[in-house]
Design a protein around this ligand. Structure first.
Ligand code: TRP
Ligand code: ZN
Length: 504
């Protein structure tokens, strides 16, 4: 009896010992992290789960900015979870997790902390339902709302973070998901979002349903509510196109349409450089907002009327369409990888300039190189790691595009265009770092590219003429380097930029 007891005590002790390795994974039982681990934005995204789908169901009153919503999120736990966060700033009424009422609290800048009734085991599915109601235009963080209120409604289009003003999410580009967005608005008001759409009216209200069936990052989901003229068509290549213009564009209406109606032609033109278009729909919309920038919202690009104030601008359309491959299909792994988006989107404008006989990419690269003297602050920004405060600085775009030209010169046209098309195919719907791009370009070209990329992307100084890959003015050119003529396309290209001029 006694002996048995001792034995069973030993077994008990053994069981305890055995449970030690198990409790190493028990270190994993706990709350999901409040951020996904992006050094530029420590609380962006969240840890502990992975989202596969957002179902966003809204009702909006344009007259009062009242937004009511129910968002259902399908996710999988990546650890045993006692608690997890969503990124959200609107007032929440109720949260359900796997059908059971969950406790919730708003914390920090934009965290919605959710404590489910039961611990969620690693690997198991999570269904989260969040019910909410608020006036998003009145909700500010850092003195600003990402919901752009218009006289006839509102618009959500912001980078790196804008989702939190209209739906709860894991707000980081590494957690892509599919989306259904369904919005009820008074008859006579239109709704724009991403993907394919249907609509139906009843008793004075119209419901718009949008579906994005391809993986989409949270900041690339957009919503616009207002009075729009909507056009639908297909590109010469057979892709469905939806374009929409606020009825209040005034004097900018013609120039906006003369630019955005070129979407079908331009997306087919870019496919020649980047390969098959990655999404099921393409389009663009111009709401009556006072902002000056465009955003590459997936398959449904956001443009500001101000970009068409000096006439049509096809260059900005090319830029945003290029992002569909470079930024939307292949997205940054961390926000410090922003060169993979902006360097290539800007370079696509240089290719368009070349095509339109308004200056070659080499001429534009020479022009940028000579425009800023060595002591100009322009050269202090490293496009490969600009810092959160300079994420959209002019250098990320212009010096970033010079880096692409330097790569072209180093590997030759044939290899360069193979890389330009191969990369978005290789990494379709995924995420990547600049280091991943370097490895890919080295594999395709068979050339080491570390020194070149280090010079152009990771050095806070003007690269000296003669250093690796430096693009210097062509010796054949008859004018002195410091009086290079401004390429014809220069001003239109710079009109893409309003955002970073305000942000720096
Ligand atoms: N990615 C956008 C572009 O290059 C620019 C941008 C940066 C932006 N931050 C933004 C646009 C915030 C809208 C809101 O086209
Ligand atoms: Zn861009």
């Amino acid at each position: 009896m006694r002996k048995r007891l001792i034995v069973s005590a030993a077994v008990g002790a053994l069981a305890l010992l055995v449970s030690v390795p198990a409790s190493a994974s028990a270190a994993q039982v706990g709350p999901g992290a409040a951020g996904i681990g992006d050094p530029y934005y420590p609380t962006a995204g969240n840890g502990g789960y992975d989202v596969s789908h957002y179902d966003i169901r809204l009702k909006y009153q344009p007259a009062t900015d009242e937004l009511e919503g129910t968002t259902t999120i399908l996710a999988t736990a990546t650890q045993d979870l006692t608690r997890f966060n969503l990124d959200f700033v609107l007032k929440v009424k109720e949260v359900l997790v796997n059908g059971r009422t969950a406790k919730f609290a708003g914390t920090g800048e934009h965290e919605l902390e959710i404590t489910p009734a039961r611990v969620i085991a690693k690997g198991s599915p999570i269904t989260v339902v969040v019910r909410y109601a608020d006036k998003p235009g009145e909700v500010e963080r850092g003195g600003q709302s990402a919901w752009l209120r218009t006289p006839d409604g509102g618009v959500a289009a912001n980078e790196p973070e804008g989702a939190a003003w209209w739906y709860p999410s894991n707000d980081h580009p590494t957690d892509k998901a599919t989306f259904d967005v369904s919005v009820l608005v008074p008859d006579g008001t239109q709704v724009i979002s991403n993907g394919t759409s249907t609509q139906s009216s009843r008793a004075g209200w119209t419901r718009y349903n949008y579906r994005q069936a391809k993986p989409q990052a949270t900041y690339l989901a957009t919503l616009a509510i207002g009075r729009f003229d909507i056009r639908t068509d297909t590109t010469p290549g057979g892709l469905p196109v939806l374009t929409a213009y606020s009825k209040d564009l005034g004097a900018n209406a013609g120039a906006a349409q003369a630019s955005v109606e070129r979407t079908g032609e331009l997306v087919d033109w870019l496919s020649g450089y980047f390969g098959a278009y990655p999404f099921g729909t393409v389009g663009g919309y111009v709401p009556n907002v006072p902002t000056g920038y465009a955003l590459e919202t997936q398959g449904q690009i956001f443009y500001s009327p101000a970009q068409f104030a000096r006439g049509a601008n096809t260059s900005v359309v090319v830029h945003e369409l290029a992002h569909q491959w470079y930024g939307d299909s292949v997205s940054v792994q961390r926000w410090s990888d922003i060169w993979l988006n902006e360097g290539f989107a800007r370079y696509s404008q240089w290719l368009w300039s070349e095509h339109e006989n308004e200056g070659t990419a080499q001429e534009l690269a020479d022009y940028v190189y000579n425009l800023y003297p060595a002591d100009d602050a322009f050269w202090t920004v490293k496009p490969g790691d600009p810092g959160a405060d300079h994420q959209f600085a002019g250098a990320v775009y212009d010096r970033g595009a010079v880096a692409v030209q330097a790569l072209r010169n180093a590997v030759g046209d044939e290899t360069f265009f193979r890389i330009l098309k191969g990369w978005p195919t290789e990494r379709k719907y995924g995420n990547a770092t600049i280091q991943d791009f370097q490895a890919y370009a080295e594999r395709i070209s068979g050339k080491p590219l570390g020194e070149l990329l280090n010079t152009w992307l990771f050095t806070a100084a003007k690269p000296a003429a003669g250093s690796a890959g430096v693009v210097a003015p062509s010796p054949a050119r008859s004018v002195a380097a410091d009086v290079l003529p401004e390429p014809k396309s220069w001003k239109k290209i710079q009109e893409t930029n309003t955002v970073h001029e305000h942000r720096d």
